[in-house]
Design a protein around this ligand. Structure first.
Ligand code: AMP
Ligand code: GLY
Length: 427
C-alpha cells in the first residue's frame, strides 16, 4: 500500500513511525512532514490546508490511504474533499469534526444525550455574558467556541477577571472568529486524563490512557501550551473508571453522533476530568492528541494500518486492540520562551544517540534540515519518549534520553510524570 500522512508535528512523526512498522506499507509519504519524519517517509512540500493540491497528489501517486493528523484540515473538511474524489482517507467528515470545531456544539450534544460534563451556558453577545457572570460563583471557565490552538480556555478567579476574559475573547477577538460565541462553564477539579479511541461510525474502541502536562512550568505553573509532556498509562484511570467511561461517555458519544446524522469515523479524543462525583468530559478532539500520540502509539502492539482500514470498512469490532504491558513517558524539549517569544535556528546535537536504541524515540516537532544539519524551527522542538517496565522506569529513561540532546535555549519541564510518584504514595 501507498500511504500519505498529513501534518508535520510530533504527533505526525509518531503516526509515521507506527505506520512504517506495518507489513502492509510499501511506500510512505508525508505532507508537509519534518526533518524527523524524513527517516520513514518521503516528505512532500504541500501545506496541510491545501486540499486541492493534496488530493491531486494522492490521485497522481495512486495513494491507497491518507491519514490526517491535525485538527484544522479536519474541521475545514479535508475528508469531504478527498471522498468526493473517491480517495480513501482516515478521519471524520466536516459534519463530525465539529465535535472539536465548536465547543458550543459539543456541550449541546452532551446535554441532549446526558453525557457527564460541566454545567454551562452559551452566549452570542458580550452583554448577555456580563449579565450572567454577575450572578456566578468563581472560579469559572470561559471557552471560545472555535479552534484556538488550545489557548481559547480561560480560568477566571473573580468577576473582574471573567469580564476581562469576555472582552478578550468576544470584543478584542484575541482568538479571531473562534470567539464569535462563548461557552461559560462550571469549574471542575480532579485529575485529568486523555483517552484516544478508534471509531468506525458505529463502534468505538478506546486505546490506553495518557496524561498531558499543559502548563509551561514545573508544578503546573506558567502559561498554557500545546503540551509539555505526557505519560501513559495513567495510574488514575482504573478499570472501574474505564468501565464507567465506556458505558456513560464513549458509547453514548458515538451513538449520539450517529443519531444526529454525523457518523464519526476517525480518532475521537476524550479530555476527561476525574471529579469526586465521577469522570466528566472536559473536551472532545477529533484526532490523535499531541503529545499523547507520542506515548500511546509506541505502546500499541497492533498493526495500525489494519486498525485504520477496519475503521473505514465499519469493522472495528473485528479488531482487538493490544498494548504492551509497559509504560511510556514523553518529555518535550522546547525553545526557551515558548509559548511566547523564542529564538530559533540553533543546531540540534545528539540525535544520532537514538539510532537503533529500542524503546527510545526522538519525535520531531519544530525542527528543520539545513545544509549545516538539523536546527530548531519552532516552540516545541522535540518530543523525547522512552518506555520502561513501569512509569518510574520510563520516566527515568525519558529524562536520561532528554539529556542526550543539546541545543541553545533548550527548555523542558522536570516534573513530567511526577503524578506517578504521588499515585504511589496515595496507593
Ligand atoms: P480544553 O481545551 O477544553 O481541554 O481546556 C484546556 C484546559 O483547561 C484543560 O486541560 C483543563 O486543565 C482546563 N479546563 C477546561 N475546562 C475546565 C473546567 N470546566 N474546569 C476546570 N478546568 C478546566
Ligand atoms: N494534548 C492535547 C491536544 O492534543 O489537544
Amino acid at each position: 500500500m501507498k500511504i500519505l500522512i498529513i501534518g508535520g508535528g510530533g504527533r505526525e512523526h509518531a503516526i509515521a513511525y507506527k505506520v512504517s512498522q506495518s507489513k502492509r506499507v510499501d511506500r510512505l509519504y508525508c505532507a508537509p512532514g519534518n526533518a524527523g519524519i524524513e527517516e520513514y517517509a518521503e516528505c512532500v512540500d504541500i501545506s496541510a490546508m491545501d486540499f486541492d493540491k493534496l488530493a491531486a497528489f494522492a490521485e497522481k501517486e495512486k495513494i491507497d490511504l491518507t491519514v490526517v493528523g491535525p485538527d484544522d484540515p479536519l474541521v475545514a473538511g479535508i475528508v469531504d474533499v478527498f471522498e468526493a474524489k473517491n480517495l480513501r482517507i482516515f478521519g471524520p467528515r466536516k459534519n463530525a469534526a465539529i465535535i472539536e470545531g465548536s465547543k458550543a456544539f459539543s456541550k449541546e450534544l452532551m446535554k441532549k444525550y446526558g453525557i457527564p460534563t460541566a454545567a454551562y451556558e452559551i452566549f452570542d453577545s458580550p452583554e448577555a455574558a456580563y449579565a450572567y457572570l454577575d450572578n456566578c460563583k468563581f472560579p469559572i471557565v470561559l471557552k471560545a467556541d472555535g479552534l484556538a490552538l488550545g489557548k481559547g480556555v480561560l480560568i477566571c478567579g473573580s468577576l473582574e477577571e471573567a469580564k476581562a476574559g469576555v472582552k478578550r475573547i468576544m470584543l478584542d477577538r484575541q482568538f479571531g472568529s473562534a470567539g464569535d460565541r462563548l461557552v461559560v462553564e462550571e469549574f471542575m477539579t480532579g485529575r485529568e486524563v486523555s483517552v484516544l479511541a478508534f471509531c468506525d461510525g458505529t463502534h468505538i474502541t478506546a486505546m490506553t490512557s495518557a496524561q498531558d502536562h499543559k502548563r509551561a512550568k514545573d508544578g503546573d505553573k506558567g502559561l498554557n501550551t500545546g503540551g509539555m509532556g505526557t505519560f501513559s498509562p495513567s495510574p488514575f484511570y482504573t478499570p472501574k473508571v474505564d468501565e464507567f467511561c465506556k458505558r456513560y461517555i464513549y458509547r453514548p458519544t458515538i451513538e449520539a453522533m450517529k443519531a444526529e446524522g454525523r457518523d464519526f469515523t476517525g480518532i475521537l479524543f476524550f479530555g476527561l476530568m476525574l471529579t469526586e462525583s465521577g469522570p466528566r468530559v472536559l473536551e472532545y478532539n477529533a484526532r490523535f492528541g499531541d503529545p499523547e500520540a507520542q506515548v500511546v502509539l509506541p505502546r500499541m502492539k497492533n498493526d495500525i494500518v489494519e486498525v485504520l482500514e477496519a475503521c473505514l470498512d465499519g469493522k472495528l469490532e473485528t479488531i482487538e486492540l493490544e498494548f504492551e504491558d509497559n509504560a511510556a513517558v514523553c518529555v518535550i524539549l522546547a525553545s526557551d520562551g515558548y509559548p511566547e517569544q523564542y529564538e530559533k535556528g540553533f543546531a540540534i546535537e545528539g540525535l544520532e544517540k537514538f539510532k537503533d536504541k529500542c524503546g527510545f524515540y526522538a519525535f520531531h516537532a519544530g525542527s528543520r534540515k539545513t545544509k549545516a544539519g538539523i536546527v530548531t524551527s519552532g516552540g516545541r522542538v522535540l518530543g523525547i519518549t522512552a518506555t520502561g517496565r513501569d512509569l518510574k522506569e520510563a520516566r527515568k529513561n525519558a529524562y536520561m534520553a532528554a539529556g542526550w540532546v543539546t541545543f541553545q535555549n533548550k527548555y523542558m519541564r522536570n516534573d513530567i510524570g511526577k503524578a506517578i510518584d504521588e499515585a504511589g504514595k496515595e496507593a
